[in-house]
Design a protein around this ligand. Structure first.
Ligand SMILES: Cc1cc2nc3c(=O)[nH]c(=O)nc-3n(C[C@H](O)[C@H](O)[C@H](O)COP(=O)(O)OP(=O)(O)OC[C@H]3O[C@@H](n4cnc5c(N)ncnc54)[C@H](O)[C@@H]3O)c2cc1C
Length: 552
């Protein structure tokens, strides 16, 4: 039987698109199969903020940030905490990926027309020692055009390849099995789903109207993670983070269903580090949802005060933006799966950003005029103000007693004592008089403002929370928001998948989130942020190039 293509790519997200375009550019024939309709091409990356981890970039240098491969690798290793035999390939991927981020990544994207917003963000700031978790310096480079701006070059290349006949898409084709002949993966089979005209990101019908089989010399699995499937998240929830949360909201569309992970495992692939995941603790329910249980992550600046469900301030260094999994661990240890920010209008205006392309029309629409208004406007950006007004998790009051009483009403748990909260805020506020203080969060604020990027658009001028001139007061109930899968299929640096017997499975490759962004877990336990899209670029590119070369 003749092959339908040289290579089949399962998944038209960023990793799949990168792999497919590399294969087509190498002159090979490739088919991209996706269960969703054409309107969802690009997968999660379209919805993303487009943040990219880059090291020693011209953008950093212009802002006076001194970064290097050695510093970035130190941060990566301190953050990853690799400690398992299974971390052999993830560790090798980490070295290679940091070199990519410090080397050709930016120029490779730039030649395809990709551009970067000039103010570099500072995510996961850590707060431990130099060898611990976190970015020593700002490295989060936001794509000019956010998520759509990172998908665009690859979609363009894919469309060109489609026109030249090297690439074809099969939308609404859901892979249900991999086919194997003489130990070599040589195709896929599955169900054709009924056409769907739902808007991008919305849940589409799973009604089957036919079946299909496709044959090729190799298959690349680029089907994403498990974040849209809360049952799978709970099933794989690591004991070290306590009990799985009872309530979670979804930071990804429903198609991030993890189903293809099980299918690939059933074909003999070795899945490692399945208990490593990256979920956020600053999730808010979307008042205008696109997918089921749709939540948005607040990307917080450093000044909001953070309280657990009982009204106790989170311990140092668990300040906003410091250590996502440290915060998740602490919150789950309280016996409740939510926490609270308390802040002022001055803080929300300068420090709240919402992750997601649709929440940042200025950057997504590439509008300099609107973007400059972030620094000059009286209010917060319009999407943040809209959440403040309409979001179920936001409370705005002039007086602290009223705020706390509304917080108790919203949670229904009645755990917050106004005098307990007031004492903690007043104590923090007394630390605002001097720029040298003992409160570690206040020290952090002063530190942040020494970086020009933070001073411009990310960190409010230090002030007392209870100063009415900076009011009104705002409380935000923060939910746990599922997002990324850090474990995945064990792969070598060519993205070839290992089998459960420790041998490479011929003809099988994995990339993107399905491969733990490379190797089966390039991040180890934690991420430095902006590393997921980059992981799709790097592992997708490696998979595509290797599969094209092997196709002979
Ligand atoms: C709101 C949001 C903000 C984000 N912001 C950032 C950021 O700023 N920086 C960053 O680095 N990362 C960010 N991320 C994460 C990043 O976007 C994702 O991790 C990445 O895009 C995953 O890409 P992927 O190609 O591996 O998988 P996906 O995008 O999930 O694509 C997988 C595709 O496979 C298809 N598929 C699955 N199973 C099957 C099957 N059985 N048959 C056929 N098709 C199948 C799916 O339909 C889907 O189209 C963000 C994510 C979101 C949602």
């Amino acid at each position: 039987m003749a092959d339908d293509a040289d290579v089949i790519v399962v998944g038209g997200g960023l990793a799949g698109l990168v792999a497919a375009t590399e294969i087509a550019d190498a002159g090979k024939r490739v088919i991209v199969v996706d269960q969703e309709g054409e309107q969802s091409l690009g997968g999660q990356a379209f919805w993303s903020f487009g943040g990219l981890f880059l090291v020693d970039s011209p953008e950093q240098r212009r802002l006076g940030i001194k970064d290097s491969f050695d510093l970035a690798l130190q941060d990566w290793i301190g953050t990853a905490g690799f400690d398992r035999d299974d971390d052999h390939w993830p560790r090798r991927w980490a070295d290679a990926y940091v070199a990519f981020a410090a080397g050709e990544k930016r120029d490779w994207l730039r030649t395809m027309g990709h551009r970067i917003f000039p103010v570099v963000g500072w995510a996961e700031r850590g707060g431990y020692d130099a060898m611990g978790h976190g970015n020593s310096v700002p490295r989060f480079h936001v794509t000019w055009g956010t998520g759509p701006g990172i998908v665009e070059p690859f979609e363009r290349r894919a469309r060109e390849a489609e026109r030249s006949g090297n690439l074809s898409f099969r939308f609404r084709h859901r892979v249900d099995a991999l086919s194997i002949s003489n130990g070599v993966v040589d195709g896929v089979s599955g169900s054709i789903l009924e056409p769907s005209n739902v808007a991008r990101g919305q849940s589409s019908s799973r009604q089957v109207v036919g079946d299909f089989t496709l044959r090729a010399q190799a298959v690349i699995v680029a089907s994403g993670g498990i974040g849209g499937n809360h049952d799978l998240v709970r099933q794989n929830w690591p004991k070290r983070l306590g009990e799985p949360p009872k309530n979670m909201i979804s930071g990804v569309p429903e198609h991030v269903d993890g189903r293809m992970i099980g299918i690939t495992e059933a074909a003999g692939a070795r899945l490692i580090n399945r208990d490593r995941m990256w979920h956020y603790v600053e999730g808010i329910r979307n008042w205008s949802p696109i997918w089921p249980r749709h939540g948005i992550r607040i990307l917080p600046g450093p000044s909001s005060m953070w309280f657990d469900a009982t009204g106790t301030r989170l311990p140092a260094p668990l300040f906003p933006g410091s250590d996502t999994l440290g915060q998740l661990h602490y919150i789950m240890s309280t016996g409740y799966d939510y926490s609270w920010f308390i802040l002022t209008q001055s803080i929300i205006k300068k420090e709240f950003a919402l992750s997601g392309s649709e929440q940042n029309p200025d950057l997504t629409g590439k509008s300099w005029r609107m973007t400059i208004q972030r620094a000059t406007n009286k209010g917060a950006p319009a999407p943040v103000e809209a959440f403040k007004k309409n979001g179920a998790d936001f409370i705005v009051r002039d007086h602290l007693e009223d705020l706390v009483s509304a917080m108790n009403a919203l949670s229904g748990d009645n755990l917050l004592k106004p005098e307990h909260i007031k004492a903690q805020i007043e104590a923090r506020d007394r630390e605002m008089t001097n720029p040298y203080v003992k409160d570690a969060q206040v020290m952090n604020i002063h530190n942040a403002r020494r970086y020009i990027g933070d001073r411009l658009i990310r960190t409010a001028k230090p002030h007392r929370i209870l100063d009415p001139a900076h009011g009104p007061l705002i409380a935000v109930k923060l939910n746990i928001l599922t997002r990324k899968t850090l474990g995945g299929f064990e792969t070598d640096l060519d993205s070839r998948v290992f089998g459960q017997d420790g041998q490479i499975i011929k003809g099988l490759y994995a990339a993107g989130e399905a491969a733990g962004f490379g190797g089966g877990g390039v991040h180890g336990y934690r991420s430095l942020e902006g590393t997921f899209l980059g992981g799709c670029l790097f592992s997708g590119r490696n998979a595509g190039r290797a599969a094209a070369k092997a196709a002979g």
